[in-house]
Design a protein around this ligand. Structure first.
Ligand SMILES: CC(C)(COP(=O)(O)OP(=O)(O)OC[C@H]1O[C@@H](n2cnc3c(N)ncnc32)[C@H](O)[C@@H]1OP(=O)(O)O)[C@@H](O)C(=O)NCCC(=O)NCCS
Length: 324
């Protein structure tokens, strides 16, 4: 018995932006982007695609699959770094949008690791009270935080949302365990300042603006090593053999990071779910979007062990094991 995923859902904005489209705005090429990142297209939101709206559309699909009404939800956690407002939280807007009148709601910020952090939190709530039904959502409109003049970063990111409904089930199903980490010392390598402070005493002189800033090579190096270590420690903690894993659903940062990780761990490539070519890096949304695609494609059967792993700004990273 444990905390199981009762339903999954995803929502992507309609507009597809290709590498060829990006060639028109920065000095880049389809060939460079494909070989360095594996990304061909990404979805970019427009008017009416605020983060909470994408989140609510994904959540509606997850609720429908779970056969749970919005009113039955006790808690909504949204993992995001790109809400359209700082206050109220994205989760409060989602609650309003869904009409989830009984739920309390809040956001968490763990960048691209936000979904695995939120999943762990929700698992603990359900362990404490098995009657709870929880919506965990990863949702981003990183297009609103991207410097479209910076070819180092603007080619990487996309918008979208993914959601899961969690509840307690009897039997041998659910979250097995998680291993989560952070290292704030490395913040500079991947960060995003908010808008300028209203208090002149608190102005951050080093603030370059509200965009994502990244040292790509350094991030790459840490990401592979950190996810590898988290996975090894988690497998050891839960006494699960690497061979027992049926499907790996990693944060879809970029294909070279994933290939390197798979090679170092010695996992067969066909066990790894990849859709980064279609959506780019959607930060906290990437794992739940991939989870929903894998679920709707019947990539997991009851009893299969699924591994999630992620890495993001903070730095934050971690891994989660689930028995489907
Ligand atoms: C971003 C990344 C793809 C860049 O690849 P790289 O091989 O490290 O490339 P570098 O940054 O060393 O740049 C190599 C050259 O390509 C250039 N370049 C950078 N972006 C480019 C682009 N979009 N198109 C063409 N050239 C580009 C650089 O300016 C540099 O040129 P120079 O040699 O004349 O200075 C890679 O570092 C990476 O994947 N990092 C991890 C990023 C990530 O996933 N972040 C999110 C984690 S959650």
């Amino acid at each position: 018995m444990g905390t199981a995923i009762l339903g999954t859902g995803a929502y992507l904005p309609e507009r597809v932006v290709t590498n060829q489209d990006l060639e028109k705005i920065v000095d880049t090429s389809d060939e460079w982007i494909q070989t360095r990142t594996g990304i061909s297209t990404r979805r970019i939101g427009g008017q009416g695609d605020e983060t909470y709206r994408l989140a609510a559309r994904a959540a509606e699909k997850a609720l429908q699959m779970a056969e749970v009404s919005a009113y039955e939800i006790d808690l909504i956690i949204v993992a995001t770094i790109s809400s359209h407002m700082l206050m109220p939280s994205c989760a409060c807007f989602v609650q309003k949008e869904l009409g989830a009148g009984r739920a309390f709601a809040f956001d968490i910020n763990a960048a691209c690791s936000g979904f695995v952090y939120a999943l762990d939190l929700a698992d603990k709530y359900i362990q404490a009270d098995p009657n709870k039904k929880i919506l965990v959502i990863g949702a981003e409109t990183l297009s609103s935080r991207t410097n479209w003049d910076d070819r180092n970063t603007c080619i990487l990111f996309g918008d979208g949302a993914g959601a899961v409904v969690l509840g307690h089930v009897e039997g041998n199903r659910g979250v097995i365990g998680a291993k989560l980490f952070s290292d704030g010392n490395l913040w500079r390598l991947l960060h995003m300042h908010t808008a300028a402070s209203c208090n002149p005493e608190l102005v951050q002189s080093e603030s370059p603006g509200a965009h994502i800033v990244m040292e790509g090579r350094e991030v790459f190096k840490y990401a592979v090593k950190a996810m590898e270590e988290a996975i090894i420690l988690l497998l050891d903690q839960e006494q699960v053999a690497l061979d027992a894993i049926k499907l790996v659903i990693p944060h879809q940062a970029n294909i070279r990071i994933l290939n390197k990780l798979v090679e170092r761990l010695g996992i067969r490539a066909e066990k790894v779910f990849i859709n980064v070519q279609k959506y780019g890096n959607t930060s906290a949304a990437s794992i739940p979007i991939a989870l929903d695609e894998a679920n709707r494609d019947s990539r997991m059967q009851p009893g299969d062990i699924v591994l999630l792993c992620s890495f993001g700004g903070g730095f934050t990273w971690g891994a989660t094991l689930i028995r489907w």
